[in-house]
Design a protein around this ligand. Structure first.
Ligand code: IMP
Length: 174
């Protein structure tokens, strides 16, 4: 395991895992008797989505999307797809699975995009939300943790491509 004296544990593995189970239970309850498609927003959501799906007990399919970074274009929120879903989502119950909502620009782009696909329903599940950083109102239907404005790493979240493998969420430099 990668450890560093500079990384403080912000959300422990146990705390994350029990919240993930609670989120899955909410989804199971809301979609009882129906099918869902989880759309995992790469790369950061891969661990969260993998843990979440293992507690889902309604019929589920997984799709992956990957967006180009909006680095340098944050003010306009211009993003585009590197990888899009492989199936038609018409008439499907779609849940976007995101690691963290920061400014909200990425997920707003995705919500707008999927709303145009004639889905049956569209919801958002995000492990983390930095409410103070939002630039745009984002409806998070299933939220893991509302966190303060700190740059967090681990459990899929990276700093410069590193630390995704940590089983907990930490704050770099604390
Ligand atoms: P948004 O478009 O500003 O909401 O940005 C969302 C994306 O920014 C996330 O999917 C992450 O990839 C990245 N991000 C935002 N805050 C953090 C953080 O604290 N740690 C790691 N990645 C972050």
């Amino acid at each position: 395991m990668t450890t560093s004296a500079k990384i403080g544990v912000f959300l422990s593995e146990d705390k994350i895992q029990s919240r993930v189970k609670e989120l899955a239970a909410m989804i199971n309850r809301d979609y009882a008797g129906q099918e869902v498609v989880l759309v995992c927003v790469l790369n950061g959501s891969f661990i969260f989505c993998a843990d979440l799906v293992r507690h889902i007990n309604v019929p589920v399919q997984i799709e992956m999307v990957s967006l180009s970074s909006y680095e340098g274009t944050e003010s306009t929120g211009q993003v585009s797809f590197r990888l899009d879903v492989k199936q038609s989502l018409v008439g499907k119950n779609v849940i976007l699975v995101e690691d963290i909502v920061d400014t909200g620009l990425t997920i707003s782009f995705l919500l707008k995009h999927f709303k145009l696909k004639n889905v049956k329903s569209l919801k958002l599940c995000s492990l983390l939300l930095k409410r103070a950083r939002l630039k745009i109102e984002v409806p998070v239907d299933y939220l893991g943790f509302d966190i303060e404005d700190k740059f967090v790493i681990g459990y899929g979240l990276d700093y410069d491509g590193r630390y995704r493998e940590l089983p907990y969420i930490g704050v770099y430099g604390e």
